[in-house]
Design a protein around this ligand. Structure first.
Ligand code: NAD
Ligand code: USQ
Length: 402
């Protein structure tokens, strides 16, 4: 009998290709998603650059192509606890993968209402999953998609470890060594929720011996994976708007629609990145390598490399001939930072990360070119500001802005 996996948030950018990859790998996949991400597109009057099909059409085409059935439930897991519990009790999964959160930092900062929505949605979704696993009395491995933003982006110099930090403390004159959770340092309301999730995990792991893997993932770029490429109906979403588009995909897309490449501030920010194909591979590896019951929460840094934003903009400008412009940073973030991550956890399981190169960028450029007629240019600039002192900058400048 096939092992069953529930993918919460399985209609989203990371969840959909992961659901397909797990289905292709022989798991029986159950998607739970309330389609809130699609509703947010309507609310923002924005869209995926790629023409994504409905979840029903996606699943139907997948069955026609592979014979594999994917079950689907439309449940808001932050609210409908009983229905969530019923799905877990009915399917008795070996593992659940939790992508079902509001994942945009700018969206989470747009208004008091959306700050509260993001906290309520993400924190309740995470807690409800943990609570339902315990109530079901099943031994389910929970895999959660966290973020490298958990650690903050300060230039502390050290290579950021995988979740835990060894510290030396002075106890009445004696030196003692302790292992502590790496201090969280959120930079937005969204990131705050990603810093609250691990506390929930720590509690359920300690009290109920829940098997938990928390994946601290960098910014995901790319759009297609081996499975989503199989048919136009399976195409993955590509966010480009100022609220949901992430930096590398945005820069590549901007270069194709003759929009300036929108570097925030000085471009001195350094961030962690991973290709979507590696996201799905890493999740499968995490699934195949669960912690033992009674082990502490397993934390892995799911990121291939760190890159500087201006450096990326320059590479893209040199490939495409685009123009770089600097915009007053809508975010309250350091103008520059250094960043290094330990990612030996996945590497020790055999992961050979995909590194950003010209061929990958060319592939993304091809996708953006194919669908650029779907782009709404008025949605490109980031208009969500972190506080009332920051003005939206729609024109930008030729020089870096401190
Ligand atoms: P996404 O918005 O495309 O997908 C999230 C999915 O979850 C959506 O389909 C949405 O409808 C669903 N969802 C949200 N709240 C729900 C709820 N209460 N009940 C049921 N379904 C719900 O986001 P994504 O880019 O696929 O990100 C998935 C996860 O990975 C998030 O937790 C995010 O924090 C994390 N992550 C993403 C990135 C990235 O660059 N995209 C990087 C690091 C971590
Ligand atoms: N940036 C620009 N120009 C743009 C867009 C962004 O310079 O047009 C800058 C931002 O100011 C920021 C950096 O690029 O310094 C990254 O921004 P982003 O929107 O690509 O990424 P972020 O807001 O950090 O969020 C994304 C995902 C989130 C995930 C996170 C991983 O949306 O779900 O958790 O990446 S991490 O960065 O490690 O926190």
């Amino acid at each position: 009998m096939k092992e069953r996996v529930i993918v919460f948030g399985g209609d989203g950018f990371c969840g959909w290709p992961t659901a397909l990859h797990l289905s292709e790998s022989g798991y029986e996949v159950i998607i739970v998603d309330n389609l809130s991400r699609r509703k947010i597109d309507i609310e923002l009057d924005a869209n995926s650059l790629t023409p994504i099909k409905s979840i029903y059409k996606r699943i139907e085409t997948w069955k026609q192509l592979t014979g594999n059935e994917i079950h689907y439930y439309n449940i808001d897991i932050s609210v409908h606890y009983r229905r969530l519990l019923e799905v877990i009790e009915k399917h008795k999964p070996k593992a659940v993968v939790h992508f079902a959160e509001q994942r945009s930092a700018p969206y989470s900062m747009k208004s008091p209402y959306l700050k509260r929505y993001t906290i309520d949605n993400n924190t309740n979704a995470t807690h409800n999953i943990c609570c339902a696993i315990v109530e079901s009395q099943l031994d389910v491995h929970l895999i959660h998609l966290g973020t490298t933003g958990y650690y903050g982006y300060s230039s502390v110099g050290l290579t950021i470890p995988e979740g835990y930090l060894n510290v030396k403390v002075d106890v009445d004159g004696d030196e003692k060594y302790l292992e502590i959770a790496y201090p969280p340092n959120p930079g937005s309301i969204y990131h705050l929720t990603k810093c609250m999730d691990p506390l929930i995990f720590s509690y359920y792991n300690k009290n109920d011996l829940m098997k938990i893997t928390d994946l601290h993932q960098g910014i995901v770029y790319g759009t297609q994976t081996e499975e989503t490429r199989m048919h136009e109906d399976l195409i993955n979403r590509f966010d480009y708007c100022g609220d949901y588009g992430t930096v590398l995909n945005r820069f590549l897309m901007q270069s194709q629609v003759n929009h300036p490449i929108t570097v925030h501030g000085t471009g001195g920010q350094t961030r962690a990145f991973i290709h979507i194909q590696d996201t799905v591979r890493c999740v499968k590896m995490a699934l195949q390598n669960p912690p033992k019951r009674g082990n502490k929460v397993k934390i892995l840094n799911q990121t291939s490399e760190c890159r500087n934003i201006l450096e990326l903009a320059k590479i893209i400008r040199d490939i495409t001939g685009g123009e770089i412009r600097f915009y007053r940073n809508p975010r309250n973030e350091d103008p520059d930072n250094e960043l290094k991550f330990d990612n030996t956890g996945f590497k020790s399981l055999g992961w050979d990360p995909i590194m950003l190169d010209q061929s990958l960028m060319t592939e993304i450029i091809e996708i953006t070119n194919k669908y650029k007629h779907r782009c709404d240019m008025s949605k490109i600039i980031c208009t969500s500001v972190w506080n009332d002192h920051i003005q939206v900058d729609k024109t930008g400048s030729g020089e870096p802005i401190k």
